[in-house]
Design a binder for this molecule. Structure first.
Ligand code: S3P
Length: 172
């Protein structure tokens, strides 16, 4: 696995693409430590993401993400699942890419809506119209920030993790 030897493997993409679950499985498969940026922030703040947004606002949450990106760029051999908005900030995106292989997980909007329909933990998943606009605005950002794209529709997290493993292996 020369291609990613020493590098972090970073998963980016929209809410509901399965970054956390796929990341956990990949970390096991690659025998690496797993970091989920949302989980780190939740632990650090002692609050849920919804509480942080409600009490301190999105801007504060984005500052926490930026501080975390700065820390992570100096680490190696991690599998990192990012929050859906993590790479919106160019500084974060550049920090992550510094020494990383970045995989963009995708799925159609309809698939994501279906996966998230009972979810009330995501502060940016509320009004449908916002969600569609958010989705299309972000596509070019994810595209620019990533090295490869993996579609997750009609696949289990294990399928997706295996597919990423094969991509890395093939390019080793
Ligand atoms: C966000 C996605 C969430 C979380 C926060 C903001 C976003 O992470 O970081 O609610 O801006 O897309 P997931 O992508 O893991 O849902």
């Amino acid at each position: 696995m020369k291609r990613i030897s020493g590098k972090n493997l970073v998963l980016i993409g929209f809410m509901g693409t399965g970054k956390t679950e796929v990341g956990r499985l990949l970390a096991q498969r690659l025998n690496r430590c797993f970091v989920d940026t949302d989980q780190v922030i939740v632990r650090q703040e002692g609050k849920t993401i919804a509480e942080i947004f409600r009490e301190r606002g999105e801007k504060y949450f984005r500052q926490l993400e930026q501080a975390l990106a700065e820390e992570l760029k100096n680490q190696q051999n991690l599998v990192i699942a990012t929050g859906g908005g993590f790479v919106l900030n160019e500084v974060n995106s550049a920090a992550l890419r510094q020494s990383a292989f970045v995989v963009w997980l995708t799925a159609d909007l309809a698939v994501l809506r279906e996966r998230l329909k009972d979810d009330d933990s995501r502060p940016l998943f509320n009004k449908e119209t916002d969600f569609a606009a958010l989705y299309s605005n972000r596509l070019p950002i994810y595209r620019r920030a990533s090295h490869v794209r993996v579609d997750t529709a009609e696949k289990t997290p294990l399928d997706v993790a295996e597919e990423i493993f094969c991509i890395i292996d093939r390019n080793a």
